[in-house]
Design a protein around this ligand. Structure first.
Ligand SMILES: [Zn+2]
Length: 388
């Protein structure tokens, strides 16, 4: 590996806050909502005033100036939290390309989930917990905070009303023994992921709990339904972490297909697709590979289920109608394939071909990998445009 790679990486710790701090956090979240709604109003007003000419949008720094010394009107939050809200508002508004964003609601059934951001310097260590704005917080798994260097973070509430401390921290590079093994990973609905070495991850957490969730919903046990949803999400995250860590430990190079979840989530397979969490698995593999100095790339996976890995003929099952076919025999060479393993092997060989064609040692980032494989029609169109 070259020396240019950073030796420290940023990971977000998510630690549950102990219950005694919830009332304080609830009150602070109401104040944060007030600041957010003030930003919304001021920003809309500023854009309105110059509507005739060019609408002018306020930046985070503009909002900082306008809200100077506002912290004396708040009981819980300080100036740094107000500034974090200002900047977050400005960047969200810019990204949404809208004149104003949705209001944050503090009460009633449409209450926004609580959120209290802070700057790194204002969060202090206190014993085994932390301290913010004169208030101490105890967290579960507090040993993970020991010797951690953190950046700007936040307290965030989940749908069940529990509060979590979300803290980006610097972590050092993990040293795994070098591995010459390579793997292709096929993402699917039946199994979330199958590798070319036939490791399988079956993560159907929501499907397993679906019946209980629908029962709870029919009985109007809303809290119970939310708890079950959270359990499904936790089980899914746990399974994905274990699987991705296993792959990164074992393999030196990992190639994953570029199947798009948002597109398939609009079809009848939506539930299975969202339950599989391909995006989360890809993200985990990417950062874990980076952290362990392994190679990772996203590969165009078109035709990988149809191509016979043995002879290269397009004889496999094609289309949505043949998703039920899990095993098939190549009519050209007669080899029997497991659909997923064959696809994973094809992704692996496509990855190795792509790897050989890239010069130098450095892999491009994920976005560059995706851009590197334009669909033939798109490439054709852009070529035509250039000619015209
Ligand atoms: Zn064949």
């Amino acid at each position: 590996m070259t020396d240019s790679k950073p030796e420290a990486f940023i990971r977000t710790l998510r630690l549950k806050v102990k219950q005694e701090a919830y009332p304080w956090l609830e009150a602070a979240a109401v104040e944060v909502n007030q600041v957010w709604n003030w930003c919304n109003e001021v920003s809309l007003d500023a854009a309105d005033r110059c509507r005739r000419s060019q609408p002018r949008f306020l930046s985070g720094f503009d909002l900082d100036k306008l809200s100077a010394a506002a912290s004396e009107y708040f009981e819980h939050i300080g100036a740094d939290t107000i500034q974090r809200v200002n900047h977050e508002y400005a960047s969200k508004r810019r990204a949404a390309k809208r004149v104003r964003l949705r209001w944050r609601v503090s009460r009633g059934t449409r209450k926004s989930l609580g959120w209290v951001p802070f700057k790194a310097a204002s969060l202090k260590r206190k014993g085994r917990g932390v301290r913010l704005c004169g208030k101490s917080f105890r967290v579960f798994e507090s040993e993970r905070l020991e010797e951690a260097r953190w950046r700007d973070g936040c307290f965030a509430q989940d749908a069940l009303g529990s509060w979590w401390l979300c803290l980006p921290v610097f972590v050092a590079r993990k040293e795994f023994p070098a591995s010459g093994l390579v793997a292709g990973v096929d993402l699917g609905c039946h199994h979330t992921a199958v590798t070319s070495g036939n490791e399988r991850l079956e993560s159907r957490c929501y499907r397993k709990l679906e019946r209980k969730i629908s029962q709870a919903q029919r009985r109007a046990h809303r809290h119970q339904a939310k708890r079950l949803h959270r359990r499904a999400a936790q089980q899914r995250r746990d399974a994905l972490h274990k699987f991705s860590t296993l792959l990164v430990r074992r393999y030196g190079q990992i190639f994953v297909g570029n199947v798009s979840a948002p597109k398939l989530a609009r079809t009848r397979m939506a539930k299975s697709v969202l339950d599989a969490c391909w995006g989360m698995l890809r993200t985990q593999l990417e950062y874990k590979c980076q952290q362990a100095a392994r190679e990772f790339a996203v590969i165009d996976e078109r035709y990988t289920t149809q191509v016979c890995g043995n002879c290269g003929a397009l004889t496999g099952p094609a289309g949505v109608g043949q998703l039920v076919v899990r095993q098939w025999e190549c009519v050209d060479c007669g080899v029997v394939h497991d659909r997923d393993v064959d696809a994973a092997r094809n992704i692996l060989s496509a990855g190795l071909r792509w790897r050989a064609s890239v010069r130098g040692n450095e892999l491009p980032p994920l976005s560059a990998c995706r851009a590197r494989h334009p669909r033939p029609c798109e490439a054709g169109i852009s070529a035509q445009r250039r000619a015209a």
